[in-house]
Design a protein around this ligand. Sequence first.
Ligand code: GLN
Ligand code: ZN
Length: 762
Amino acid sequence: MALAHNLGFPRIGHERELKKAQEAFWKGELDEAGLRTVGCELRARHWQVQRKAGIELLPVGDFAWYDQVLTHSLMVGAIPERFRGDAGAPTLQTLFAMARGVSDSCCAGAHAQEMTKWFDTNYHYLVPEFTEDQAFALSWEQLFEEVAEARALGHAVKPVVLGPLTYLWLGKTKGTPFDKLALLERLLPLYTEIFQRLAAQGVEWVQIDEPILVLDLPRAWKNAFERTYQQLQRAPLKKLVATYFGGLEDNLGLAAGLPVEGLHVDLVRAPEQLPDLLDRLPADKVVSLGLVNGRNVWRCDLEQAADLVRHAQARLGERLWIAPSCSLLHCPVDLEREDQLDPELKSWLAFAVQKCAEVAVLARSATAPHAADVTAALAQNRAVQLDRATSARIHKPEVQARVAAIRPGDDQRHSPFAERITRQRADLQLPPFPTTTIGSFPQTTEIRHARQAWRSGRLSELAYEQVMQASIAAVVEFQERLGLDVLVHGEAERNDMVEYFAEQLDGYAFTRFGWVQSYGSRCVKPAVIYGDLSRPRPMTVKWISYAQRLTDKVMKGMLTGPVTMLMWSFPREDIPREVQARQLALALRDEVVDLEAAGIRIVQIDEAAFREGLPLRKNAWGHYLAWATEAFRLCASGVDDGTQIHTHMCYSEFNDVIESIAALDADVITIETSRSDMELLDAFEKFEYPNEIGPGVYDIHSPRVPSQAEMVKLLRKATQRIPAERLWVNPDCGLKTRAWPETEAALVNMVAAARTLREDFV
Ligand code: GLN
Ligand code: ZN
């Protein structure tokens, strides 16, 4: 009998109940008991739906008040000094303080722990902080309480804990730098203690998440795996080491040989690892096949998955388990709630609840391949796959023909940068150190209300247009008054930089409740790419040319690039991502060309997600960077030499991909750097960035107003690495989350800083 189990279920609730409760609690509108009740009800409901869907071993420990890595830090007592206060044991207040910081007098205004992306997902975790004298102690009872809770409800459970090596890997050292691995000896006794407590509660299996096994690991870390699990071997329960988000590759032998009772592998990302794994696995070990994609919204191809099951079943017999590829944290909760999707599209989709049912069917298919329920499910699934493969809604011959007709050179501007820039400088007549912003200006409640009213039909098209035009006019007037050189229209019409374009492209669908947790109480609802992508009509031209008509200064057109459109959507699984990127590139290329035709001389193509699209493994970087840079250039190369193409990037570290950023061949890049004190410039030591660049001179993530002197200092630092004539002056990112007063104060100082630099260089 193959066992159906789950690695984790979304915790937010199908109505985002957790988000609402968290926020009410933070505002003081809900007390702690009320918050705990919501959590308790969510867990109970989620176990129930998983069980009803056919999951036999349920995850516990996937629930978190904010983030599962943060919960783990509390559990092992890795609580930074600034949050410890004088009270003894940590409380929920401690947890939220670590997550969100404290602004009042408590803990002397301790700043939150840093947050960063969880592997290559859009989920963010709180980065553990370790000091050299770090001590660990069991400090948080949540996991044990939840195990008791689930057992009291009569469920068979498998607690989930973050593995010791992944936990250390994800943390950051504070104070004098030291080797994190040195903490392992101190950490492991905690795991033994945790496992003993779980065993005492009657737990048979524990899931230990070690996703770093799919990364390129330094030798010392690989070695540490054996040592670690040898030491944990004595714990009185069975251990399933879970790996996901990729293939084990060079770590396959290591993972297969660990002295544990089971191993989970991701066969969605890396199906090719199965035969090798089956060959190298000790004869008594359980293998859990991750067959249902935990990262996307499509129904699993059950027949294809059942083939793998059959193959594995022949070798493993009783030792075969079936699961989603990773925790279902990364997909929306329940498709049943989608009452506005048309039946055909809906029949192609599966959210967390439906994915659990798919896991159950696959497990049944191992044991009873000819049972009526199994054959019926497979037949129904086959019909769906067939319908999708041939649907005219998806497959657009004109789009495919256009992609097929891309010729070498279509992704190249007419002339090299040196020639283009000479012409652009002559046309644009900008001063040295030209000033600009990244696109958005503060989104006031008035703007948001107008947008909502128009969307719900309460505000007429005409009235809406007038509100937007008034906002554009105000933003233009503001920029002229401050003396900025290259203006923007302010993006008032955009709810979100991806959704705004996705709504206007053919091939995108939208869900009503397809929320996925991004961090804490923040959820995102990515658009779904379901078919070949095209642009039926211009998307931004109306607004941007209106803005240009209001000023003699240069107005910068603004759109989101193909790579970012793709990364922040749920992509198709029936065609490769690079093909989707090309389709997007061609659609957006038409927009760039239309902007040029409307008299817009600078167009910015935002690629905020360019860096985060990088694969986890270095050996896959080349392929990704090749298609991602090609897609960008394809989008940017339909215009004349005289049209200046900008791009913008933020959120990450760019030094390791600087050559690919140069390969985008944008005339100008504006890029986040101020938060890292221009760390980016280090990359220019070995590599001379050839085009123009605006390293962000102030952090827009905080309301703090930077002084002119501060920005002058950063700019002077930049001039030591980048020739002055190639430097632009701009903030780190868009200003939409800021308020007007601080925006004005900061930009006044920024313009003054640029003027100071101009005096230095005349
Ligand atoms: N143009 C966008 C803005 O200013 C860019 C946002 C981003 O890079 N995240 O809001
Ligand atoms: Zn940005």
